[in-house]
Ligand binder design. Sequence first.
Ligand SMILES: [Zn+2]
Length: 271
Amino acid sequence: MKLSDGIYLIEGENHGRYPFCNCIFIKNGRCLLDSGAGESISSLNPEVIINSHWHEDHIPKNCIAKRVLAHELDANAIENFEEFKRRYGIGDFVKIFVNFEFCKVSETFGDGDILEFGVDIETIHTPGHSLGHCCFLIDGEILYLGDIDLTSFGPWYGCLDCNVDDFVTSIRKVRKIVEKGVEIAVPSHGPAVFGKEKILSSLDRYLEKIFEREERIKELGFKNSDFRKLGFEESLVGRGIIYKKLPEPKEVYGHFEKVMIEKHLERLGHR
Ligand SMILES: [Zn+2]
């Protein structure tokens, strides 16, 4: 879908649902934002791929480009399986997420850098979902949101480098940028959102999920302080706080839910 002159939304297979993601292609700069849309992106023949973050659904075809760019805090996990595995924190289970080759990151960037690839791409460091997660503002108009993905599921923070406070701050940071006049927002896993007011209300709804989860945890009244030693049942896993129904394999998704609940408890001062 054409978003603007020479700028295209490349919808991921299965409407960009995991394990695919939506990408943006900038024709003049032969530049692709993320590489998880599926087989179709090979025919775009991109020279540069810029990653929003290190997760497997955003980096699987990085090798098709000559240059790969990423934020300095995520580069290591993008190019190195051992660091990828460490951040997931699920041991060898991590292999179920990896069916691609890891490729070198050729250049890194920080926050607020302007990358010039036929258009100006401003990097917006938005940690929370990952340490080096970034959104990208193209020519001040089109915002690629990465995994601030505006889904009804809400924010995901099940890895070791995720942080709930940072996620909240990042959503608010993006909100301020949208307020200045962004009219097109492209999340990695859902339909593009058009119109400033609609983008703002989608961000608000998305942020609200974090506080709803927190309320639910408070309602259930958690007391024990040695959280890590607890089994799923006692640590409120499987009660619909994060996942309405735990996906398979339950060891893995139960672990993610436990990590996410634990991060809330840290925030609530229970540990
Ligand atoms: Zn992700």
